[in-house]
Design a protein around this ligand. Structure first.
Ligand SMILES: Nc1ncnc2c1ncn2[C@@H]1O[C@H](COP(=O)(O)OP(=O)(O)OP(=O)(O)O)[C@@H](O)[C@H]1O
Length: 272
C-alpha cells in the first residue's frame, strides 16, 4: 500500500441476491484528507462504508485499512484495528436507554473494561465538549436531544477512543443550514487538531465545497471518478455535470466563494 493510503479497496463486489450493488470497485482514501463520497440514492455508498468497517462481507475483492487486510480477519485482530476508527451512522445510532455520557463510555468500557469510573466520566465529558455540546447534554437521554444535538452526541461517541480515522454517513442530513454549516466547521476543526482522515458520505453540496479535499463519485456500481471538485467538473460525465453544475451545485459553489471572499476581505482589513 502506498504510504499515504489509509483505506485501500480493490475489486470490490457486493450483491444482495440478484442485485449487484458494486462490481470491481476500487477506492483509495489518503492520509489526512476529508474524502466526500457522493452518488445517487441507492448507488451503494452506505454498503461501501459497511464493507470497509466490516459490517458487510463482500462477495469479492480486498479491503485494507491502515495497511491491514480487513476481510476474513479473526474477531480479536479486527477489534484491534477497529479501535483506531470511529463511526457516526446516519441516524446517530445512539443507545436510547443510555444518557449521552453513557453512550460515549460504551466503546471505552469495551476496550478498557477495568477503567476507573471517575476517569471514564472525565473522558466522556471531554468528548462531549469536543463535539460542541454543553456539559448539560451529558446526563440527557437521546429522546431529549434535538436532531443536531443527536449528531453531536454520535460524534462524541465516535471520538471516544481518539480515532485516526472517522466514518461519517450523511452527518448533516436533517440539519438546518446553519446547524449543518456549524457541523461542517466542527469536522474541519477536528480534522486539523486530531489529524483525522475522514470518509464522509453526503448529499450536501455545501459540505463538499466547504470541507472536502477530494470527492469520490459512485455510479454504475463503481467509483467512476475521484478528485477535487474542479477536477470532477472537467469530466464529461452527465451525472457529475448535473450534480455539480446544476442549479443547486452552482448555488453551493457561489456560497463558498462568497464566504471565502468575505474572509479574505476581513483579513486584509485587519492588516491595514
Ligand atoms: N441488507 C441489505 N439487504 C438487501 N439489500 C440491501 C441491503 N443493504 C443495502 N441494500 C441495497 O443496496 C443498494 C445500495 O444501498 P445503500 O444504502 O448503500 O445506498 P446509498 O447509496 O447509501 O443510498 P442513499 O443515498 O439513499 O442513502 C440499495 O438498492 C439497497 O436496497
Amino acid at each position: 500500500m502506498g504510504d499515504d493510503a489509509i483505506i485501500r479497496v480493490r475489486g470490490l463486489r457486493n450483491c444482495f441476491g440478484e442485485q449487484v450493488v458494486h462490481e470491481n470497485l476500487d477506492l483509495d482514501v489518503r492520509r489526512g484528507e476529508i474524502l466526500g463520497v457522493v452518488g445517487g440514492s441507492g448507488t451503494g455508498k452506505s454498503v461501501l462504508m459497511r464493507s470497509i468497517i466490516g459490517l458487510q462481507t463482500p462477495a469479492e475483492g480486498s479491503v485494507e485499512v491502515f495497511g491491514e487486510n480487513m476481510i476474513g480477519r479473526d474477531e480479536h485482530e479486527a477489534k484491534r484495528v477497529r479501535q483506531r476508527w470511529g463511526v457516526l451512522f446516519q441516524n446517530g445510532a445512539l443507545f436510547s436507554t443510555l444518557t449521552v455520557a453513557e453512550n460515549v463510555e460504551v466503546p471505552i468500557r469495551e476496550y478498557y473494561p477495568n477503567i476507573d469510573q471517575v476517569l471514564l466520566d472525565e473522558i466522556a465529558a471531554y468528548k462531549v465538549a469536543m463535539s460542541g455540546l454543553s456539559a448539560e447534554a451529558g446526563p440527557k437521554y437521546p429522546s431529549e436531544l434535538s436532531g443536531g444535538m443527536k449528531k453531536r452526541a454520535g460524534l462524541a461517541r465516535a471520538l471516544a477512543l481518539d480515532p485516526q480515522l472517522l466514518f461519517l454517513d450523511e452527518p448533516t442530513a436533517g440539519l438546518d443550514p446553519i446547524g449543518a454549516a456549524a457541523f461542517d466547521d466542527l469536522i474541519h476543526a477536528l480534522k486539523g487538531t486530531m489529524r483525522l482522515t475522514v470518509f464522509l458520505i453526503t448529499h450536501d453540496l455545501d459540505t463538499l465545497h466547504a470541507i472536502c479535499d477530494r470527492v469520490a463519485v459512485l455510479a454504475d456500481r463503481q467509483v467512476i471518478a475521484v478528485g477535487t471538485i474542479p477536477e470532477l467538473l472537467a469530466l464529461d460525465h452527465p451525472w457529475i455535470q448535473e450534480y455539480f453544475n446544476g442549479p443547486r451545485g452552482r448555488a453551493a459553489a457561489d456560497t463558498v466563494a462568497r464566504a471565502e471572499a468575505q474572509m479574505s476581505k476581513g483579513k486584509s482589513g485587519m492588516t491595514h
